[in-house]
Design a protein around this ligand. Structure first.
Ligand code: FE2
Length: 230
């Protein structure tokens, strides 16, 4: 059974760039639903006990689309929470150098990230990833992710599904992305991922599956941050 990871900050910690309402709905409703559906479908597919990364890859290989969509969304959102911070800081020296090599400057990188995310048709994700030829920005549709792309290691992702920004920015996805890259992007986490892509550290992994909660309380539920321990 996969559990919904706790957010690494309070619901209101990202305001005003991301409201507490957006974050709470996104985490407690959307992400929770993906995790619950993954648990049900992974069990049916005989994948209980596997890591979420393995479930995503297995579902992609076998063409189990509904399982893939839910498992990949469960993983993408857990990764996404780590890609935001309430203590914004510019990239460190090593990440800054990699960004400048790939895009020319931090500003050019930010512009391209915003532009590609804003141009993504329909729902999806915009990523900064490390590949054989250095850093690149890419978008994926719906639940698609970098786990099933050979040779790519994700450093940063922003959710461009409407549920990520509509309460705060309505249809102005570009304003959301601009605010996100300038105020919320967690370059410290991206730097750790970059180091892992070069063999230093393991990089982000979804919390491993734990035992099924056969006797989960049915009475009044505790608050969401207490209910789903990391
Ligand atoms: Fe989302």
């Amino acid at each position: 059974m996969f559990t919904l990871p706790k957010l690494p900050y309070d619901y209101d910690a990202l305001e005003p760039a991301m409201s507490a309402d957006t974050l709470q709905f996104h985490h407690d409703k959307h992400h929770k639903a993906y995790v619950e559906k993954t648990n049900a479908l992974a069990a049916k597919a005989g994948l209980e006990g596997k890591s979420l990364e393995d479930v995503v890859r297995a579902a992609s290989r076998t063409g189990e689309k509904t399982l893939f969509n839910n498992a990949a969304q469960a993983w993408n959102h857990a990764f996404f929470w780590n890609c935001m911070t309430d203590r914004f800081a510019a990239p460190d020296r090593r990440l800054k150098a990699a960004i400048e090599t790939a895009f020319g400057s931090q500003d050019a990188f930010a512009d391209q990230f915003v532009e590609q995310g804003a141009s993504q048709f329909g729902s999806g994700w915009v990523w900064l990833a490390a590949g054989p030829e250095g850093l690149k920005i890419m978008t994926t549709h719906d639940a698609d992710d970098t786990l099933i792309k050979d040779g790519l290691f994700p450093l940063l992702v922003c959710d461009v599904w409407e549920h990520a920004y509509y309460l705060d920015y309505q249809n102005d996805r570009k304003a959301f992305l601009t605010s996100w890259i300038e105020k919320l992007a967690n370059f410290e986490f991206a730097a750790e991922q970059l180091a892992a892509s070069e063999g230093q550290g393991e990089g982000f992994r979804y919390p491993p599956p734990g035992p099924a909660q056969a006797h989960a309380p049915e009475e009044e539920a505790p608050g969401p941050r207490d209910q789903y321990p990391a």
